[in-house]
Design a protein around this ligand. Structure first.
Ligand SMILES: [Zn+2]
Length: 313
């Protein structure tokens, strides 16, 4: 039958496409938006090296019941983040994170770890996952921003997670940050589970409340020392903040596109001001409620894994 014989190659081609898709997904390398693959279309991606979830060392001594703060300098490796002249966000935020780590280590009230301590790329989901595997009690992601019309926008912002962005600027910021995991429009999947399937709502609500308390401490303690945008506290759908069981805040330290701010952020004074305010807020956060140190009791390693749904666009 001519009809049947012509169907065989067609169905073979269809099976090949299914097999290619299955291989891509099971390798957990890329996820392709529905409908993006066609039978006559071969998708070849050279993916950047991510950190293989290499867990960084915890600085500041053994697990003796002190809470663990995980500091996450944004971007790294092939991903410079925001750029202002020769000032790169990935370098600015690494220096800020290291200054904060050093200060926290000196005071010794908390233990501290960095998600990256050098110029390496981490997929967004890996960042909170590293913190969770370490049993982190608080997650602080550090970023900087840039704006068109350089020189105008300035000031720091404190972000917490919400599906509804505070305003359009917050939504645009989240869209840009979440795009760190995209190459040519294809999302690199750091985890094969989705937020929807594993989300423990109660746990996340509590983590969000705690994050909001912590954001308040940063703002109150930072007034007079740091320059904030108004409003200083914003919420947006930021993928890096989606760990359901760990209070998570993203501190956007300022605009590298603003020459004055770039100069301040890269100066010793700027790092001092930032690390002083942030270290005080962290220590106050745990002092105000010692029960926040959940890691000492049970850790978080048995909890649900973070997901891979990215917001933005
Ligand atoms: Zn960033």
């Amino acid at each position: 039958m001519p009809l049947r014989s012509s169907l065989i190659p067609v169905s073979l081609a269809f099976l090949c496409v299914i097999a290619v898709c299955a291989a891509l997904f099971s390798a957990n390398v890329v996820s392709v938006p529905g409908g993006a693959l066609r039978p006559d279309y071969v998708l070849t991606l050279s993916l950047p090296q991510s950190g293989d979830l290499e867990i960084s060392a915890v600085d500041g001594g053994p697990d003796d019941g002190r809470p663990l703060v995980v500091i996450d300098p944004g971007h790294g490796g092939h991903d410079p983040g925001a750029v202002g002249g020769d000032v790169l966000e990935k370098e600015v935020v690494l220096s800020l994170a290291q200054a904060l780590r050093d200060r926290l280590q000196q005071s010794g009230a908390v233990r501290v770890a960095l998600t990256r301590d050098d110029d390496r790329f981490l997929v967004v989901e890996e960042r909170a996952e590293i913190a969770r595997r370490l049993g982190g009690d608080l997650f602080v992601s550090i970023h900087a921003d840039s704006a068109v019309g350089a020189g105008e926008a300035s000031g720091a912002s404190i972000y917490t997670l919400s599906s509804d962005a505070t305003n359009r600027a917050a939504a645009r910021f989240a869209a840009r940050e979440n795009r760190a995991d995209e190459i040519n429009g294809v999302v690199i999947d750091g985890d094969n589970q989705t937020v929807e399937t594993i989300l423990v709502e109660l746990s996340q609500r509590r983590a969000a409340e705690e994050a909001s308390n912590f954001a308040g401490l940063i703002e109150r303690g930072g007034r007079g020392t740091l320059v904030f945008r108004e409003p200083a506290r914003l919420s947006a759908n930021l993928a890096v903040l989606k760990a359901p069981d760990m209070p998570s805040v993203l501190f956007e330290a300022g605009f590298v596109s603003n020459p004055d701010e770039a100069k301040r952020l890269t100066s010793a004074e700027g790092r001092d001001a930032f690390s002083l305010v942030m270290a005080r807020a962290i220590e106050e956060y745990f002092r105000a409620d010692p029960a926040r140190n959940s890691g000492a009791e049970s850790g978080t390693s048995g909890g649900p894994s973070i997901g891979s749904v990215l917001g933005g666009e």
